[in-house]
Design a protein around this ligand. Structure first.
Ligand SMILES: [Zn+2]
Ligand SMILES: [Zn+2]
Length: 239
């Protein structure tokens, strides 16, 4: 290291646009993001729905969508950022261009939100929303699994693939809410690996990249519950 680097420490470049103006005064992983990206990639504003983490206009507790879901089917969720066009770009860069650095960056932002909002919850297993094997072969990796592994590594909890997808996911944009919920029914099953496990004592953290209607998360949780799991929470990057 050269002597002047002690006087003028060089900060790493912004995670999401590579410019050098990172906001080092911020705490947590947000300190790796430049001012421009901070304007486009925002944390979810308080108050939020106590179930799905949607930003609410007032502190009324639970949003109207979650009120329509039976209590036993609800899954508490926390997410790192609002689903803005910048968040969409970050996700597609990660998913479709296979930029694996993003797993580390996005995973760190999700870990921060998990540590703050799920403090004290004794997670024992982290798992992810699975891809259908066809999609997995096309893409070469499951983005949610990579995020789950990052979070697991940084908080010291094992990551397991508890679920398998037995139906390819329909293109999200082509379906309305009701059709999407219907098309997801019975899409998941317990993986071979997990069939040997007793899920009853586990507190599970389920990881996905984006939370849209919550139907994917709820369908995965339903499958895990049918195998005996009792305590399931979720986290996604965007919401
Ligand atoms: Zn930036
Ligand atoms: Zn809600």
């Amino acid at each position: 290291m050269r002597w002047w680097s002690f006087l003028f420490p060089i900060h790493p470049n912004c995670w999401f646009c590579n410019q050098s103006k990172v906001q080092t005064f911020l705490s947590s992983s947000w300190s790796n993001i430049c001012e421009d990206c901070l304007g486009l990639l925002s944390p979810i504003q308080n108050p939020t729905c106590h179930v799905c983490f949607r930003s609410l206009a007032d502190d009324s507790g639970i949003c109207c969508d979650c009120l329509m879901v039976a209590i036993e089917d609800r899954v508490q969720n926390v997410s790192a950022v609002a689903y803005t066009s910048k968040a969409k770009k970050v996700i597609s860069r990660f998913k479709y261009l296979g930029d694996e650095r993003y797993a580390k960056y996005i995973g760190a932002m999700m870990r921060d939100v998990v540590e703050v909002h799920y403090r004290g919850i004794p997670f024992s297993v982290i798992t992810s929303v699975p891809l259908h094997h066809k999609r997995l072969t096309e893409r070469g990796f499951n983005q949610s699994q990579l995020l789950a592994e990052q979070i697991g590594k940084s908080i010291g909890i094992p990551t397991l693939n508890l679920l398998e997808r037995n139906k390819p996911s329909p293109p999200q944009a082509s379906l309305g809410r009701a059709d999407r919920i219907r098309s997801l029914q019975n899409s998941f099953q317990i993986s071979e690996e997990a069939q040997q496990l007793d899920l009853r004592p586990h507190t599970i953290l389920l990881v996905d990249d984006v939370y849209t209607t919550g139907s994917t998360i709820r369908e995965c949780a339903k499958t895990l519950r049918s195998a005996g799991a009792k305590t399931i929470y979720s986290t996604t990057f965007a919401r």
